[in-house]
Design a protein around this ligand. Structure first.
Ligand SMILES: Nc1ncnc2c1ncn2[C@@H]1O[C@H](COP(=O)(O)OP(=O)(O)OP(=O)(O)O)[C@@H](O)[C@H]1O
Ligand SMILES: [Mg+2]
Ligand SMILES: [Mg+2]
Length: 501
């Protein structure tokens, strides 16, 4: 059996890649000398389709009135049946191609059971066992690492209430899926998001420090945006990550992983990983093993906390969905999608450099396109590079880029219009990155102090530990856009005006 399995091409390939990958040598990290940190990510990206995955109902935007995007199927009325939305399949396939993954000619759908009021069917439909695509990769340009992708699966949005009790993050509050009014002892359920299509993109445990994990999410986000398969807006919950973290001694077997669920900002993810690594090291230094756990992240304290252990992990009772036949994909159809793929970020990067742009200039343009320089939360697509291409058509590319980057390209290119001169747009726009606007930051800090008067007083009395809570509150109201260090200094300046730091 084993010998036959090894001869089978995909297995063979996977074993080969594993061997190659294990050659990655241990890199010393002064934060945890003598230890190797291993990270694997599960990214849930909302598919950018107007309709839900298995019903005709349109997907909802944040803040829309409750229960206005619900068909009888979404509400799990008896007798209703799912029908697969072809746009979601197309976008899933584009994602698979962009990640260089093997599209499976036959994939299928499973039911994963949970019991929560905001999941009326009692199960989520997913593709755990026969996913849409397997064995892809994502290259990280800055850290020069290739992260292997284990699988890409289509699924319905999962109920968030399985993460309770924990402090709700901004995006979860906004989705207002299930709210409880203790005075009237009344629960209200909003099914607007029920049945929205997601792609779960599961990486192999190939990242070795929190910054690589951050680069992975940003690179993936830019890729999904560039092919139009997801908006990838973390603040609005259309891209969420579950982070798996373990530590081991170099050369030894991998450690036990803990999974931190549902992170919705790259900065918080990095903090969560650092905090988790230190927690593992503290346990190991006391001679205690790390138990496998699912954990949450508290944005206010910057700490992870236990949600459940492996022993009390829910039994999801996976079963094939009897109402959905397997998804069979024809080679011609996949070819058609391949032909319609746009130029991908790594290809644009290579082309810009061939056109004579420096690494730095390329990075700035690409960063603007991916929306991360401006914390932009709308549709961005390929605005910056397309704009650059248009301007560079009859000019020296190097000159165009100098001219534009001087004027804070981030703002200029973030504007969808390409008809105006960049210098005029630069004057018009006032979307400066928050760090550059000390007054705005000051305002947010003042708000946080008013909101948390006791904590503010404790800091004034010299309890600087409590400062983290205020920093957390400002980070939250800035939706992760403010720079944590700048926030800390600003708060210290306001609360401890006589201290020298
Ligand atoms: N030793 C390890 N250290 C860090 N990450 C790991 C380790 N082993 C596996 N992982 C990562 O854990 C993740 C496992 O995700 P997967 O979706 O397969 O399963 P799961 O977390 O058990 O299930 P669920 O989807 O229900 O959360 C992958 O991203 C993988 O890379
Ligand atoms: Mg998973
Ligand atoms: Mg998981």
């Amino acid at each position: 059996m084993l010998a036959r399995g090894l001869l089978h091409a995909p297995h063979h390939k996977r074993i080969g890649r594993c061997l190659v990958h294990s050659l990655r040598t241990y890199e010393h990290d002064p934060r945890w000398p003598g230890w190797q940190v291993v990270i694997g990510l599960e990214v849930h990206a909302q598919i950018k389709s107007r309709a839900k995955l298995f019903s005709d109902s349109w997907t909802s935007e944040l803040g829309e009135p409750s229960n206005t995007h619900v068909t009888p199927y979404d509400a799990a009325f008896p007798g209703t049946l799912p029908h697969l939305n072809p746009t979601c399949v197309d976008l899933g396939l584009r994602t698979a191609l962009a990640l260089d993954a093997n599209i499976q000619p036959r994939s299928s759908f499973d039911r994963k059971h949970y019991f929560y009021a905001d999941l009326p069917a009692g199960y989520q439909i997913t593709q755990r066992y026969a996913p849409l695509a397997r064995d892809g990769k994502l290259d990280l340009p800055q850290s020069n690492v290739s992260v292997r992708i284990e699988q890409i699966q289509l699924e319905q949005v999962d109920p968030l209430s399985h993460l309770y009790p924990q402090p709700l993050t901004l995006s979860q509050q906004d989705t207002a899926k299930s709210t409880f009014d203790p005075r009237r002892r009344l629960s209200s359920i909003d099914l607007n998001r029920a049945g929205t299509g997601l792609m779960e993109i599961v990486s192999r445990p190939d990242m070795r420090n929190p910054e690589e994990a951050g680069e992975y999410v940003r690179t993936l986000q830019a890729l999904l945006r560039s092919i139009g398969s997801s908006d990838g807006n973390m603040e609005q919950g259309s891209l969420r990550c579950d982070v798996n973290v373990s530590v081991n001694r170099p050369g030894e077997a991998l450690g036990t992983r803990c999974e931190i669920k549902n992170l919705n900002s790259v900065r918080f993810m990095i903090v969560a990983i650092i905090c988790e690594v230190h927690r593992h090291l503290a346990l190991l230094s006391e001679g205690r093993p790390v138990p496998q756990e699912t954990r949450g992240f508290n944005e206010n304290t910057g700490e992870t906390f236990k949600l459940r252990s492996k022993e009390d992990a829910p039994d999801y009772r996976y079963m094939p969905d009897p109402n959905l036949p397997p998804l069979l994909l024809d080679q011609n159809y996949i070819e058609q999608i391949r032909q319609s793929m746009p130029e991908l970020p790594h290809q644009i990067r290579a082309r810009l450099q061939r056109q004579g742009l420096s690494q730095r200039d390329t990075d700035v343009l690409m960063a603007v396109d991916s929306g991360r320089e401006v914390g932009y939360d709308g549709e961005l697509g390929q605005g910056a590079t397309a704009y650059f291409d248009a301007l560079a058509r009859d000019r020296d590319p190097k000159e165009v880029v100098n001219w534009d980057l001087r004027k804070d390209a981030a703002q200029v290119y973030a504007r969808p219009s390409t008809s105006e001169r960049p210098d005029r747009l630069a004057q018009e726009l006032s979307l400066t990155a928050m760090q550059d606007e000390p007054d705005f930051l000051g305002e947010l800090c003042k708000e946080a102090i008013t909101k948390l008067p006791e904590e503010a007083e404790a800091v004034r009395q010299g309890n600087t530990k409590v400062l983290n809570k205020l920093v957390g509150s400002v980070m939250k109201s800035s939706r992760g856009r403010a720079d944590a260090q700048a926030v800390r200094s600003k708060l210290q300046e306001v609360l401890l005006p006589n201290a020298s730091s």
